[in-house]
Design a binder for this molecule. Sequence first.
Ligand SMILES: *Cc1c(COP(=O)(O)O)cnc(C)c1O
Length: 432
Amino acid sequence: MGIMTKKEQRIGTRCIHAGYEPTNGQPRQIPIIQSTTFKYDTSEDMGKLFDLEVAGYFYTRLQNPTNDFVAAKIASLEGGAAGMLTSSGQAASFFSTFNLCSGGDHIVASSAIYGGTFNLFNVTMRRMGIDFTFVAPDATDDELHAAVRPNTKAFFGETVANPALAVLDIERFAKVAHEHGVPLVVDNTFPTPINCRPIEWGADIVTHATTKYMDGHGTCVGGAIVDAGKFDWFAHADKFPGFTTPDESYHGIVYAEKFGLEGAFITKATAQLMRDLGSIPSPHNSFLLNMGLESLHVRMERHCANGLAVAQFLEANDKVAWVNYPGLPSSPYYSLAKKYMPNGSCGVVSFGLHGGRKAAEAFMKELKVATIATHVADARSCILHPANATHRQLTDEELVACGVGPDLIRLSVGIEDVRDIIEDVENALKTV
Ligand SMILES: *Cc1c(COP(=O)(O)O)cnc(C)c1O
């Protein structure tokens, strides 16, 4: 697992340096250890690794040095105690929640989450016997308390929801979760730790689709999980026997005892879930992810500035019926966005045109800079009309019901010169 370093430096410096410290004569850039296995002199040495008696590498499905350098950097950026990489954001969402529960348990989740996560919870994890209660992202404290059951094991939400752009009241969700003795898991993909660090507001576990801004160049699907290392498993031992009672598959190790509050969550997720489900990124992908992280702080600033400028332009144009961007005072989430993300949230803007679905189709055909793609949070501006793509199977009534109306256009504003992005949008609007 990635152990954090350089907590004392500022975040822009840690984007570049955290996680890997070469010693005299070692490579300056992180080495790509493209090896499935690691060699040992004796079987006894190897045995100790298999028993989790000593730390070390033996098989890349469990741990790989390149992956760990990058995980340690992300843990540092989030202000967490330990981190791990996964092969996708979906795997991060699954491992981070399944590490806390078993069949028969229950999770309270915000309904404003990524569609893939909603399906993972509502269909696939239900098939495993895990139940979910979905609550509005702006549910009252009373509604949150009412959603909790004796078998509840976690709360889950997204800092800025994809694609609804709802902002989670992290501090409030964390407080209610903790009153019931369970951790809060937050998917922090859209703001990235540059704009928001959920752990500072009480979140216990943070996840990422590194596929998005962290990679930032549309090269590698990937995920990350960071543990704050603060949740007291022993104080809620009845709820979390997986952390406080012996794991017979490792000769009776008790995770919270052997690895402490800082190490228990990530070690258990690695030793059990990676071992059995094997969703590791390739070391080469982790190397590319690290290249993205080295410029994350610079890119996020530009994404936010461009996103706000485009949102303001759209709001002032009379062909545009509505604009949703947390950085606009017209957004219902403006004050929460200011509280949690004073420097900006992300570059994703959604809007609708007078003329609805037909106008959206005509408008998108004319764009030259923004390209039509089912991707967001990329250096290149990308645009999607969900009613024609990801949500194609739904009727107009069903689209409205899931908060993605037939007219909704999602524009992920890139880091091109914003004058070109706005001119492009302006030209395309003239044709509708
Ligand atoms: C894309 C995304 C995911 C899933 O990530 P993949 O890498 O595509 O598996 C999860 N959460 C959010 C917020 C996302 O945008």
